[in-house]
Design a protein around this ligand. Structure first.
Ligand SMILES: [Zn+2]
Length: 345
């Protein structure tokens, strides 16, 4: 089969579109999926760079997100059949630790993700546990079904499970543009929250308005904490989604109302921000660290996406052979929404 692999860590020039061996079923609970689309996430880039600290056997196929058709099933598989169109939940646990035994295998110490410890979805075929295959929500294309899993399950856990964002509340999303921020905008808007977004790009702010942001702030031109205060009658927002941290962190705390909740799933501008603890206790703030999400949250998310008729925002579609150009677009932060790799028959 054709696949995009790395033989060593490094820049986008290390991505090789080449012939690779087809995956084979190795346990009766596994399936082989013939992929029709994959999508690009930051994690793919960190794996390529060797920044995850995880030793992986080379050559390695990148990619955590994908959608396609069930090609082959193991002897004990009963939830899917060959020919079923499926989207993929990308994490598997050890099945034995305290987290796996309490259905939180995404928190497993030995968690394995497609494209990270396991061969991924930048390929014509991928092997994974059958329990990680779910029917594609009605009306979604393969490209859309490959674009949403990782970012939307991450957002679902952050906003709904952790921050418990409610209709009518106000959320501030820092740095609109990437997959997670875009998904957060869509989910928050759909549940009836008031959404404020920031970006350094006026073009991205315009697009955010199109997708339902009530207010936009260019954080290069204005102090967003002050702007938020002005927009909310000096009250502040109920929830801040900050995956940027660095110098932004203090402002995110300042933008929160009393009893506000801050969720973080990344620190692209620096992981050791200066923190004044005073507002955390005087304003009764809650801070949630969050990454990924459980299989059960994924199942819940699928129902929500079908009922709410949400489709992920797709920035651009590249053929699989142009994975390097696709990753470069993310590294340069040019995208608004998700970047998809089309995998032909
Ligand atoms: Zn485990």
């Amino acid at each position: 089969m054709k696949a995009v692999r790395i033989h060593e860590h490094g820049g986008v020039d290390k991505l090789r579109y080449e012939e690779a061996e087809n995956p084979r079923i190795s346990s009766p609970n596994e399936v082989i999926v013939k992929l029709r689309a994959a999508s690009v996430n930051h994690i793919d880039i960190w794996v390529r760079l060797g920044a995850t600290g995880i030793a992986i056997p080379m050559p390695h196929i990148l990619g955590g997100d994908g959608a396609g058709v069930i090609f082959e099933v193991g002897g004990e598989v009963s939830n899917v059949r060959p020919g079923d169109a499926v989207c993929l939940y990308l994490f598997s646990g050890c099945g034995q630790c305290e987290f796996c035994l309490s259905h939180r295998d995404f928190m497993c110490v030995y968690v394995r993700a497609l494209g990270e410890r396991l061969d991924g979805t930048y390929a014509e075929y991928v092997r994974l546990p059958a329990e990680n295959c779910f029917p594609i929500p009605a009306g979604m294309s393969f490209a859309e079904a490959a674009a949403f899993p990782l970012v939307f399950v991450t957002v679902w856990r952050m906003l709904i499970t952790n921050a418990r964002l409610k209709p009518g509340e106000t959320i501030l999303i820092i740095g609109i543009g990437g997959g997670v921020a875009g998904a957060a905008l869509q989910v928050a808007k759909k549940i009836g929250a008031n959404v404020i977004v920031t970006s350094g790009s006026d073009e991205k702010l315009e697009l955010a308005k199109k997708y339902g942001a009530a207010h936009t702030i260019n954080h290069r031109e204005k102090d967003f904490a002050q702007e938020v205060r002005a927009l909310t009658g000096n009250r502040g927002v109920d929830v801040v989604l900050d995956c940027v941290a660095g110098e932004v962190w203090q402002k995110s705390l300042a933008a929160l109302a009393r009893g506000g909740r801050l969720v973080t799933c990344g620190a692209t501008a620096g992981g050791s921000p200066e923190t004044d603890l005073t507002p955390i206790f005087t304003k009764h703030l809650q801070i949630f660290g969050s990454t990924l999400g459980s299989r059960d949250e994924f199942r819940h998310l699928l129902s929500f996406m079908a009922v709410a008729e949400i489709k992920p925002i797709i920035d651009q579609v590249f053929p699989l052979s142009e994975a390097a150009a696709a990753q470069r677009r993310i590294e340069e932060a040019k995208q608004f929404g998700k970047i998809v790799l089309q995998i032909s028959d």
